[in-house]
Ligand binder design. Structure first.
Ligand SMILES: NC(=O)c1ccc[n+]([C@@H]2O[C@H](COP(=O)([O-])OP(=O)(O)OC[C@H]3O[C@@H](n4cnc5c(N)ncnc54)[C@H](O)[C@@H]3O)[C@@H](O)[C@H]2O)c1
Length: 714
């Protein structure tokens, strides 16, 4: 704390990189305040953040400990003692001087002050809901009192920050000044409040911005209905609205008490634990033992060649140029090349439409792709990403050409989704340069990048590709080489289990609806339509070939494919599609279902199996968990959290369930094992629990606990 000759004490938050509010920091603020109050020469206080940032909010790293112990008593001390008694009700006024960001607890601290001065473009918001919690230091009360209920609810429910400029319009910020003048103006403002020439406004006491009670109740009712529709499996948004409502009805202080009560519930909820797990899982992907801890620096990748301008190649090229990495796009003839360039253009145009790219930047970005039909210029690139059709021999020959035509240091990556990378590398000598760059479709939109390593891939090449992945805003997860790699392998039983249920007499659309309601973006049959039956059958065949001991082969999809149903691409699959991609159940589906059921002959006494919604979820998701266990046991992933984040980003596994392994641990390995074991006895080895699951179920050790012995296969 610095006390100036003007009598203003400046308290600076300092906890790099974002001045997060760990308990020590919060109690430090309290100490400084006590000192400022005790010293007579201090007339007013300014709170600010070091390093150009006010505060990123409560320290997320504290959550796991709170969640494990259930100890959150200190929050009461912060919410009531610090924010209300120490700051807001103090005799001496406080002003927050904001720069960079004031998020979550950071904004809550700023709102406890009597005025807020900000530098331009600072980000202000209460994004707590995205971590499964609710604003905890009075945010549910003060924000509505500063900006009105409608805007405050929107900011909280969407976890969306606003720039300081919008904050000024709304009344959250009192003035915007250049960074160089920030402290000066804040000090002056604080003194003027102390002298009575500027109003001393306590946010918690204000009501002028709140809508009248009747209207306020309607706004909250509307928000509740909206949340029920958009997030039916989540309770914390409703609890956030409860706290807001309590404040509107019974006053700010009562609202703070309600907020504390609900915070105590949500912070230890499975939802919050799951979302916090996803938060840390994403960050942990950057740590790969034996790769990222060797002190290797990523080499500069100035230009990338993409071989194949089809669906994937054009998406990959789009992602690269959008992040300013120039691309050389190779195709086999001019017609396909023009089509590929056309797809890239269309991808960029959709970015312009969404307001993510300006028209001016559009042309410049498009100029970053150069088309070619030969390998002539491949000497100029630092990395090649191959994305031609899924054909082993073709890929082998292409890599042979690449080895001949590229620099000896050039990274050679393949986007294959099923072919063993050792096969792809069969004809080349520099196997250490070969790596899988498995993008998900559409490649310029989907955030996951599986980086597949063989036993020969060098650590330097992995570090290079991880850096490129980050540059193009993907989350790179390093995985081992096996059929389907991590995500597609873990989820191959998803559709197989669904087909098995249909062969047992369960309705297709019931299955899809139940799985969607549980939280997947779409059910397995709608997903099969989207992926396409041709791809589905081809990929399915790979799994049947590699894992014959544990597959379920239904005739349902092959029968439909025979009848020229391709899925969404020709408008007919399990659903029928209109021109706007709207799906409705296909009226003639039963002919295929009946035939498939007859050929399977597994329906007990020829009567459809009676299942509950819970049964459907478990019979589809537990085989996925079982395969995830094998992936862990075989060390295809370095750590369980990699599989969690990969399932969320690659398959749309609901983040509020924490990822596939985290969810399985919440459900309990014992229960999962028992259920699988029972079904295996009735329906066969498709459900047979693997040794890893059996061992963890028996020992009580969680699935996500790292395996201690034997060396990694990676
Ligand atoms: N479609 C998906 O969802 C998906 C997802 C992940 C990975 N993949 C993988 O990506 C790869 C490409 O798939 P796609 O869906 O984009 O296929 P696609 O059929 O849309 O495109 C392949 C393109 O490669 C071109 N090509 C063939 N030989 C070539 C050569 N010698 N030089 C240059 N170009 C050549 C073809 O002309 C075609 O335009 C496959 O390995 C596939 O397994 C696909």
């Amino acid at each position: 704390m610095e006390i100036g000759s003007d009598g203003v004490a400046v308290i600076t938050l300092e906890n790099p990189p974002v001045n997060s509010l760990a308990f020590e920091v919060l109690f430090g603020i309290k100490e400084k305040y006590d000192e400022a109050m005790a010293r007579e020469e201090v007339k007013a206080i300014v709170v600010t953040g070091a390093g150009g940032k006010f505060s990123g909010g409560f320290d997320i790293a504290s959550f796991p400990a709170i969640q494990q112990t259930g100890e959150f008593g200190d929050l009461n001390r912060v919410s009531v003692d610090l924010m209300i008694h120490t700051i807001e009700e103090a005799k001496k006024p406080s002003v927050a001087a904001i720069e960079g960001l004031a998020l979550g607890g950071g904004l809550e601290l700023a709102m406890s002050c009597h005025a807020r001065i900000s530098a331009p473009k600072a980000q202000l918001g209460l994004p707590e809901l995205q971590l499964g919690i609710i604003p905890g230091f009075g945010g549910t009360q003060r924000l509505p009192r500063l900006v009105g209920l409608t805007k405050a609810i929107e900011m909280m429910l969407l976890s969306k920050p606003i720039p300081a400029e919008t904050g000024e319009e709304l009344g959250l910020v009192d003035a915007i000044v250049p960074p160089a003048e920030l402290l000066l103006v804040a000090r002056k403002w604080a003194l003027e409040i102390a002298q009575g020439t500027k109003p001393r406004l306590s946010s918690l006491q204000r009501t002028d911005k709140l809508e009248p009670l009747g209207e306020a109740r309607e706004i909250i009712k509307f928000a509740r209905a909206q949340v029920k529709r958009t997030a039916p499996n989540l309770t914390h948004p409703q609890l956030c609205l409860d706290a807001i409502e309590e404040g509107v009805v019974s006053g700010g202080y009562a609202g703070v008490i309600k907020e504390l009560e609900h915070f105590a519930t949500v912070v230890v909820s499975d939802t919050a634990k799951s979302l916090v797990n996803v938060f840390f899982a994403q960050r942990a992907t950057a740590r790969v033992p034996g790769v990222t801890d060797l002190g290797l620096k990523p080499r500069s990748i100035k230009r990338v060649a993409v071989v194949g301008g089809g669906l994937m190649g054009s998406g990959i090229a789009t992602a690269l140029i959008l992040s300013n990495i120039p691309v050389l796009l190779k195709e086999i003839n001019d017609q396909f090349l023009q089509q590929g360039l056309g797809r890239i253009r269309a991808n960029l145009q959709s970015q312009v439409k969404k307001g993510k790219l300006s028209q001016d930047k559009f042309e410049k970005t498009m100029d970053m792709v150069i088309g070619t039909l030969t390998y002539k210029d491949f000497k100029t690139v630092d990395m090649v990403i191959e994305a031609v059709i899924e054909n082993i021999e073709l890929k082998q020959n292409i890599f042979l050409e690449l080895e001949k035509n590229c620099n000896p240091n050039c990274v050679l990556a393949s986007n294959t989704s099923t072919i063993d990378l050792n096969l792809v590398a069969a004809k080349i000598r520099s196997e250490d340069r070969l790596v899988g760059a498995h993008f998900f479709s559409p490649a310029h939109v989907m955030p996951l990048l599986e980086i597949v390593r063989t036993e020969n891939t060098s650590a330097q090449v992995l570090v290079d590709l991880m850096a490129v992945g980050k540059t193009i805003k993907k989350v790179p997860v390093v995985v081992g080489n096996c059929t389907g790699f991590a995500v597609n392998r873990v989820f191959f039983p998803y559709t197989m289990a669904a087909c098995l249920l249909v062969d047992l007499g369960v309705d297709i659309y019931l299955i899809d609806n139940v799985i969607k309601a549980w939280g997947m973006p779409m059910g397995p049959f709608r997903l099969t339509d989207l992926v396409g039956f041709g791809v589905g059958v081809a990929v399915g065949a790979q799994f049947v070939k590699t894992f014959p001991d544990r597959v379920y082969v239904s005739q349902l999809i092959p029968l439909m494919l025979q009848a020229k149903r391709l899925g969404e691409s020709n408008g007919k699959g399990f659903y029928e599609y209109d021109g706007k991609r709207k799906a409705r159940p296909a009226p003639d589906i039963m002919q295929f279902v009946k035939q498939s059921q007859e050929e399977a002959g597994i329906m007990p006494n020829n009567k459809p199996l009676a299942v509950s919604e819970e049964d459907i979820v478990e019979m589809i998701m537990f085989p996925v968990v079982n395969e995830a266990c094998r992936v862990l046991a075989e060390r295809v992933v370095v750590k369980a959290s990699d599989l969690d984040i990969a399932s969320v980003l690659g398959m749309g596994f609901p983040p509020y369930r924490g990822g596939i392994v985290f969810w399985a641990d919440l459900v309990g390995p014992k229960h999962i094992f028992a259920r699988l074991n029972k079904w295996a006895q009735v329906y066969g080895d498709f459900f047979k629990p693997c040794a890893f699951l059996e061992e963890r179920a028996a020992s009580g050790v969680s699935l996500s606990t790292p395996i201690k012995d034997s060396k990694s296969r990676l």
